[in-house]
Every structure is written in C-alpha cells, then in structure tokens.
Write a protein that binds this ligand. Structure first.
Ligand code: RFL
Ligand code: PHB
Length: 389
C-alpha cells in the first residue's frame, strides 16, 4: 500500500490527525496495536482546553460534547482546610470543558467509517524503516502475515511506549526526564460529585483531586507511594482518605459508592527533543509526558496535532517544502511551558520523600499567597485554560 502519511497509534493524537488530514484531502492510514474495544475503554483525561474543544469543532464532531460536556469557569486549590477558588472565566475570559477522553475518542472513532479514515486495529510488530530518507516505510503483521506501507511521512502518535520515538538514533535527540516518587490512584464511581468544580488538595496526608465525568459520575484521585498495588486500596480506604484530604467542606458532600474502575498511574515529566527526525514526526505522549496535575497531557497532544496538521497541509497542498522542518520548534515552545506548569503544580500540591517542615511551610506560604494575590491567580488560570497556540 502507498499513502502520503502513515500514522502509528489510534489514541486521540492519531485519530485527530487522521481526521484533520482527511478533511483537507490528504490520505492517511492509522495503525493501532490494540482492539477498538480496548481503545474505547481506556479511562484517562477529563479536562479539555480550548485547543482540544476547537479541534472537535473544526471537524464538526462537537455535537455530543456540546450536549453532554460540562463547561467550567473555575476550579479550586485546597490546603486541607479551606478552598481557594481560581475564577478562570473572570481572570482569563475563557473556560475549560469537562468531557472525558473516553468520549472524545468515541466521537473520533465513530466518525472514521463515514469519513473514510482507515484505521487498522490489532496490528503487531509495527516497525519503521528508512526514516532518514524521503521514502520511508512501515511494516506490520496482521493475522500472521507481514504487510508494508510506503509513504512520504510517518507520524508517531503511539504513546510513551510505542516504537516511533525508539526508531530515532540516540545521538539524534535528547531526553529530559523527572520521575516522581508517587503515583495517582484513580477511582471512577456512579455517584454525584462532591463539588460542582474540581478540587486539587494538598493535605498533611498527601494529595487528592475531586473531578467528575457528569453530574452523576465522579472521578477521584489520591497520591500513593509508587510501589503500592491497587489491591492495597479497597474502596472504603480510598473514600476515607479522600474525606480527610479534600477538607471538611468537600468531605461533607462526598457520596460513597462502588468503584467502576480503579488504577494507579506513575507520575513522570519527560520531553524528547527534537520532535521530528527526517521523515518522522512525533505527536503527543510519544514525544512528551506530563504529570496529570495540570490536566495537560491530552491537550498537549491536541496542540501538537494542530501544528503537525498545519505543517502537513502546507507541505502536501501548498507545495511548501520547508513546512515540516519548522514543526518541532513550534510544538516544543508550547510543550516546555506546559511541562513547567505541570511540574510546578505537582511540586506545590504533593509531599515529596525528602520534604521536611521547611518545604511544607513553603507550600503553605505559596498557597496563602495565591489565595490573596490576583496576579498569582491569573498566572495559574492562564496556564490552566491553556496558553495560545
Ligand atoms: P495515547 O492515548 O497513549 O495513544 C497512543 C496509541 O498508540 C497505540 N500504540 C501502538 N500502536 C501500534 N503499534 C504499537 N507498537 C503501539 N504502541 C502503542 C496505543 O495502543 C494507543 O492507542 O497517546 P496520545 O494519542 O498521544 O494521547 C495522549 C493522552 O492519552 C494522554 O496525554 C492523557 O490521557 C494524559 N492525561 C490527561 N491529559 C489531559 O489533558 N487532561 C487530563 O485531565 C488528564 N488526566 C491523563 C489523565 C492520563 C492518565 N493516565 C492513565 C496516564 C489522567 C490519567 C489517569
Ligand atoms: C480527570 O478528571 O481525570 C482529571 C482532571 C484533572 C486533572 C487530571 C485528571 O488534572
């Protein structure tokens, strides 16, 4: 098979990109290791910035989000006692949209057939070839048979563990990494949220986040030592911990219920630069990871795709031979700022292993400063709603 663009990975980055290219008449094929059911079932992000909302609108796939999503004009930081409200609407004029990644993925998947975007699921042994040439190719196995796709550009949208980034020679790029000593234990339950807006809490006992998927479905997180197992955390223990960490006001409104899903994700900050090597471009988690504290992962994947689609459309449809060369610098400028915000909010809201009373006092002083300073709240709000693309 020969196509202009071969996309590896059918997560949000790969599907968004495939649809944007299709809309401009640029043919692509998307290769995905997992089954459609598996991809659809993954529970991940919950907060969409304007860039992500805007991509769904541009594709005309925003109807369900407009009907079912919850626009939020503020969120809260908590210090174990009080709630500090960040009024993002008043401070920035913008909102965020609470609409699960699961729903975004479903909307993108359901539109594939009608828009003739070809996604091949359950493919194995995806391997990239000749990425330093103008005629790269990708081989994969399906049903025990090896196939080959010849293309002009490969876009690696295959997440942190996929083969794309690993195909770049180690001397052609640099890795920047920070691994955190804790993970987030997430719980999803069909109970009303304890608050109408998100609450990020830094309590003496650790971090907690109250989030939601709808007015009847809640998503909560607590931080746990990185080696803890999900089995160590029966539901009642999670609810007890949330009730303590989120503070008295939120605790009074928590409705407990059986977990529909419970998992632990390790926290990491990671950037691979540059995000292009020869005929291979990287988008989303394939190139960078942020700790989920700033709700940036999915939104960064969306902004990468915005820049990548722009470069590919200019390259293929407007005969601009240099369009692809500028992709990495444009994408990385925004990636680094989101990395900084996610890292600083993680630092502010979590207890680190070697933190003593001094570090705790610094966190409390910073939260108190934020509570009383419009300038500090504005800086947080404009990062939270997403910096301009
Ligand atoms: P994905 O979603 O990981 O998709 C990559 C796809 O590539 C496939 N793949 C392969 N395909 C073919 N061959 C191979 N060898 C392959 N290897 C892998 C995978 O099966 C998969 O389908 O990456 P993408 O598209 O870059 O999207 C990134 C986002 O999924 C991620 O950044 C967010 O989920 C992060 N994240 C959050 N982001 C936000 O913007 N806001 C949030 O509130 C938020 N909360 C979260 C999160 C991530 C979490 N977890 C579980 C990591 C909360 C959590 C708990
Ligand atoms: C979520 O609802 O899953 C969520 C919300 C905000 C975050 C991370 C995750 O910062």
């Amino acid at each position: 098979m020969r196509v202009p663009v071969c996309i590896i990975g059918a997560g949000p980055a790969g599907l968004f990109l495939g649809h944007l290219l299709s809309a401009e008449g640029i043919e692509s094929v998307v290769l995905e290791r997992q089954s459609p059911e598996y991809v659809r079932g993954r529970i991940r992000a919950g907060v969409l910035e304007n860039i992500t909302v805007g991509l769904l609108e541009r594709l005309g796939l925003d109807a369900r989000m407009k009907g079912e999503g919850l626009p939020h004009d503020g969120f809260n930081l908590a210090d174990g006692e009080r709630l500090i409200r960040i009024d993002i609407k008043e401070l920035t004029g913008q909102e965020v949209m609470v609409y699960g990644q699961t729903e975004v993925t479903r909307d993108l998947m359901e539109a594939c057939e009608e828009r003739a975007l070809q996604v091949l699921y359950e493919v194995g042994d995806v391997t990239l070839h000749d990425i330093e040439s103008d005629r790269p190719s990708v081989t994969y196995k399906k049903g025990g048979i090896e196939h080959r796709i010849d293309c002009r550009i490969i876009v690696g949208c295959d997440g942190f563990h996929g083969p794309s980034r690993k195909a770049i020679p180690s001397d052609a790029g640099k890795e920047y990494e920070r691994i955190y000593p804790f993970g987030w234990l997430g719980i999803l339950a069909d109970v009303p949220p304890c608050n109408h807006e998100l609450i990020y809490a830094n309590h003496e006992r650790g971090f907690a986040l109250a989030s939601m998927r709808s007015n009847t479905r809640s998503r909560y997180y607590v931080d746990v030592p990185v080696n803890d197992k999900v089995e160590d955390w029966i539901d009642e223990r999670v609810w007890d911990e949330l009730s303590l960490r989120l503070g008295p006001e939120a605790a009074a409104n928590i409705t407990r219920g059986p977990s529909l899903e419970k998992s632990i994700v390790p926290l990491r900050s990671y950037v691979f630069a540059p995000m292009r090597h020869g005929s291979l471009m990287l988008c989303g988690d394939a190139a960078h990871i942020v700790p989920p504290t700033g709700a940036k992962g999915l939104n960064l994947a969306a902004s990468d795709v915005h820049y990548a689609a722009d470069a590919l459309i200019r390259y293929f449809n407007q005969s601009e031979p240099d369009a692809i060369a500028g992709y990495s610098d444009r994408a990385l400028a925004r990636v680094w700022k989101a990395e900084r915000f996610s890292w600083s909010l993680t630092r502010l809201m979590h207890r680190f292993l070697d933190d003593g009373p001094f570090e705790r006092a610094m966190q409390m002083a910073e939260l108190d400063y934020i509570a009383t300073s419009r300038a500090a709240q504005t800086a947080i709000a404009e990062n939270y709603v997403g910096l301009p693309v």
